[in-house]
Ligand binder design. Structure first.
Ligand SMILES: [Zn+2]
Length: 306
């Protein structure tokens, strides 16, 4: 009896190991040149602008548990709701025929902290058509003027441009007027380049409180899958973190400052498209799921109504 039990245990252990190995193989085992890439990028971003990038790196991920209302604790997917139903300006420069995505599993891949340079944001944009993908960019306002052409390109391709504050501030620590200042400046900077103000915001670090919600008066988007890309800076790990946690309606958090994040996202799309996923913006996903977003809820996924 005992022998049988222990051999059963061994078999299940082996099965688990095999499964883990398989999921890694899907994203490739090769430890690519990510270190070198990341270093190149770091110097790149340092020269590009803003002292906020580094603090950002350490935070969107690590602060999930620290912030007063962290993204991961907001597991509530608000169902379709009333809310302010006035028409919102179109958030992308090109609308897509969403009917082709109706029967697909959906995933919203999102990138914070950009816009960044050709090696990262540019490479991502170059490759989105391969996967019929559009993504959402939560951009930092003080980077916009220096990266206006890439922001314009993001928008004109049909990606969604959204706000991530002006200085990557921890909004929950600011006064109401401080929050408004951060957001107004960002909206202005974005509008100057693409002609419309964003309707969605992701607060840096996922840090939120009631004052932020009230002052923002925008659709607040957090995330359901944290790739920890700022920390691992490894394309295969990023890919695996997406593929292994993917679900219909997920919102994935990445940062387009890092070429490894872009490579990881592209690899994941290659795998997920074969699993029946379509890659949509947050706004497209809400529409496809029949959710009319309001400015009081916090959205971290758009699972299909069960
Ligand atoms: Zn951020």
């Amino acid at each position: 009896m005992k022998d049988k039990k222990s051999s059963k245990r061994i078999i299940s252990a082996l099965l688990i190991i095999a499964l883990i190995a398989l999921s890694f193989t899907a994203c490739g085992l090769k430890k690519n040149s990510s270190d070198a890439d990341a270093q190149t990028q770091q110097s790149d971003t340092a020269s590009q602008s803003s002292s906020t990038d580094k603090s950002e790196d350490v935070t969107d991920g690590s602060s999930t548990s620290a912030s007063s209302t962290s993204a991961s604790s907001e597991s509530t997917a608000p169902k379709s709701t009333q809310g302010n139903s006035e028409a919102q300006p179109q958030q992308t420069g090109k609308t897509r025929d969403l009917s082709t995505f109706k029967d697909k599993k959906l995933i919203a891949i999102t990138f914070d902290d950009g816009p960044a340079g050709a090696e990262s944001t540019g490479k991502l944009l170059d490759n989105l058509d391969k996967y019929n993908a559009r993504v959402t960019f939560f951009v930092v306002g003080n980077r916009v003027a220096n990266h206006a052409s890439i922001l314009k390109r993001e928008y004109e391709m049909g990606n969604q441009v959204a706000s991530h504050s002006f200085t990557h501030a921890n909004l929950a620590k600011l006064s109401e007027s401080g929050i408004k200042d951060e957001l107004d400046k960002t909206n202005e900077a974005i509008k100057k380049v693409i002609g419309v103000e964003p309707t969605c915001i992701r607060p840096p670090y996922g840090s939120l409180n009631d004052t932020v919600k009230k002052a923002a008066n925008m659709h607040i988007i957090t995330w359901s899958i944290d790739t920890l890309d700022w920390k691992n800076k490894n394309a295969d790990t990023v890919c695996n973190n997406i593929v292994s946690k993917a679900f219909d309606g997920a919102i994935v958090l990445l940062h387009d400052l890092y070429p490894t994040s872009v490579d990881g996202a592209l690899k994941a799309m290659e795998i997920l498209k074969d699993q029946g996923y379509a890659f949509v913006t947050v706004e497209e996903m809400a529409k496809l799921r029949g959710v009319e977003m309001n400015n009081t809820a916090v959205y971290n996924n758009f699972k299909p109504a069960s």
